[in-house]
Write a protein that binds this ligand. Structure first.
Ligand SMILES: *[C@@H]1O[C@H](CO)[C@@H](O)[C@H](O)[C@H]1NC(C)=O
Ligand SMILES: *[C@@H]1O[C@H](CO)[C@@H](O)[C@H](O)[C@H]1NC(C)=O
Ligand SMILES: *[C@@H]1O[C@H](CO)[C@@H](O)[C@H](O)[C@H]1NC(C)=O
Ligand SMILES: *[C@@H]1O[C@H](CO)[C@@H](O)[C@H](O)[C@H]1NC(C)=O
Length: 268
């Protein structure tokens, strides 16, 4: 009698304890699943562990945000798997990258941008992007405004800004760009404003702007430009405003401005 009671007690105890572990195991699994869902969403991933932390504001985050500000931490590389998380938020129209004071962000994140087919405005500031590589903006046909001021950019590769068929405004102010070569700006049929003031520009290759038939404003002030020729501004048939003030211009070809048919304002 005592013996069978004891046995029953043991049996119940065993059942209870396995029941309890079974439940907590299920809970753990549920928690893990929730955590991996959170980690697999650009808007909810946990900041400290990640190389990137995005704050989603517009739309209805976390499922469907339209606007995000992403902080970049040190250690994120061009090929980091984190960039594929942008695929979880395909409705983003406005995106800003901000760099932590100790952070180091040295490239344009093409791998993330290629997932954003509704992106209209992109801003990157205070990064240390030495070089803008070819097709850096993933041939986006939705992008309209691109702001890349204050990123210590020195080199614009060929096709750095290419096949951006809706781009209307490009700001490259306050970098250290030394030269504008011929094939940097390609297939930008809607570009109206190009700003490259406060750089280190001394060379503009002839024909550098030849694909910018609808450009209205060009700011190149506060640079080191010394020579302009007839072909510097080839192709800018609709340009209205040109700012060349605060440069080192000593020699102007006779016909430098001869193709600027509709120019209304020239500062030099
Ligand atoms: C996400 O937002 C877009 C536009 O803002 C909308 O067209 C789409 O239906 C939304 N999708 C979901 C799943 O809410
Ligand atoms: C952009 O288009 C060019 C030329 O068509 C292609 O070579 C390049 O791989 C494309 N880049 C991206 C990121 O889509
Ligand atoms: C390009 O801009 C026009 C309006 O300016 C818009 O209707 C069109 O949808 C845009 N294209 C893309 C791919 O976003
Ligand atoms: C500006 O360009 C000159 C060469 O034209 C170079 O020697 C100098 O280091 C550059 N300055 C900066 C701040 O990049």
């Amino acid at each position: 009698m005592r013996c069978s009671q004891r046995l029953a007690f043991l049996l119940i105890a065993t059942l209870l304890s396995t029941g309890v572990t079974g439940n907590s195991w299920k809970k753990d699994r549920k928690r893990d699943k929730l955590k991996s869902q959170r980690d697999a969403n650009l808007c909810t991933m946990e900041g400290n562990a990640a190389a990137l932390h995005c704050v989603c504001v517009g739309g209805s985050p976390p499922v469907n945000t339209t606007s995000a500000e992403c902080w970049v931490f040190t250690g994120v590389t061009k090929d980091h798997s984190i960039w594929s998380l942008f695929a979880t938020q395909p409705h983003i129209t406005q995106l800003k990258f901000l760099v932590r004071p100790q952070g180091l962000f040295t490239f344009v994140p093409t791998k993330g941008l290629r997932h954003l087919s509704h992106l209209r405005e992109l801003q990157i500031t205070y990064a240390s992007i030495n070089e803008v590589h070819p097709y850096a903006f993933a041939n986006s046909s939705s992008l309209r405004e691109l702001t890349l001021s204050r990123n210590q950019i020195v080199t614009l590769d060929h096709h750095a800004f290419a096949h951006l068929t809706n781009l209307t405004e490009l700001s490259l102010d306050e970098n250290r760009i030394a030269e504008i070569r011929r094939d940097v700006f390609v297939d930008l049929p809607r570009l109206q404003k190009l700003y490259a003031a406060h750089n280190n520009l001394s060379v503009i290759q002839e024909g550098a702007f030849r694909h910018l038939a609808h450009l209205l404003e060009l700011e190149l002030d506060t640079n080191y430009i010394s020579v302009l020729t007839r072909d510097t501004f080839t192709g800018l048939g609709e340009l209205k405003r040109l700012d060349l003030s605060h440069n080192k211009i000593s020699m102007l070809g006779d016909l430098t401005f001869s193709e600027l048919w509709v120019l209304e304002s020239l500062r030099s």
